[in-house]
Design a protein around this ligand. Structure first.
Ligand SMILES: [Zn+2]
Ligand SMILES: [Zn+2]
Ligand SMILES: [Zn+2]
Ligand SMILES: [Zn+2]
Length: 187
């Protein structure tokens, strides 16, 4: 994973339900969302429907691994730094001092590239990160438009076919977004 921009993270102090899902999944007893609960000043993982469901588990989950420590991103809850972690279902942000500090936040899954979708010509292409941490780009008019790219789209007119979008497969070369067009631009 390349350099990580701190603005990718939600900086709210609240525990994100989405991040809990990425880290721990849903309640195995009733399939409802899990939540971090507190008893006697200690935190644990419990069912969000408590007391209807009394599932509880330690926050320490062997399936969670640290992918990258973000040395310049302070934890909003303590003096430590944050790290990108991989949980059962995806990536989330957690404190390096876990389980002493149980801050958990979500990674914003998408940013708008401001590039107009070349397929429907109405939507914008959003940059998203899949559960393996790989970026991909898809139209914000999904599911009406199912356009997806694996490489970064750039608003640049193709010299061969005048398509308004090219893709950056390798720096500094742009290639036409249309598979049948061989237009390229050297930046
Ligand atoms: Zn439950
Ligand atoms: Zn912390
Ligand atoms: Zn589209
Ligand atoms: Zn072209």
């Amino acid at each position: 994973m390349a350099k990580i921009d701190g603005s990718l993270f939600s900086s709210d102090k609240q525990v994100s339900a989405e991040a809990i899902h990425e880290a721990y999944g849903d309640c195995p007893q009733c399939q409802q969302p899990l939540a971090i609960r507190y008893a006697n000043k200690s935190a644990f993982l419990g069912c969000s429907t408590y007391p209807a469901c009394d599932y509880r588990k330690s926050l320490t989950d062997n399936a969670i691994t640290t992918i990258k420590v973000m040395h310049d991103t302070p934890c909003p809850q303590c003096d430590q730094t944050l790290a990108i972690k991989k949980g059962r279902y995806g990536l989330f942000v957690g404190c390096v001092d876990f389980p002493v500090c149980n801050y958990i936040g979500s990674i914003k899954e998408q940013t708008d590239t401001q590039v107009t979708c070349p397929e429907c010509k109405q939507g914008h292409l959003l940059e998203k990160t899949n559960k393996y941490g790989k970026k991909f780009y898809s139209c914000n008019h999904y599911p009406a438009c199912k356009f997806v790219l694996n490489d970064k789209p750039v608003a640049h007119v193709c010299p061969d076919c005048s398509s308004p979008v090219m893709i950056q497969k390798s720096v500094p070369t742009l290639i036409c977004v249309k598979p049948k067009c061989s237009g390229t631009v050297e930046l």
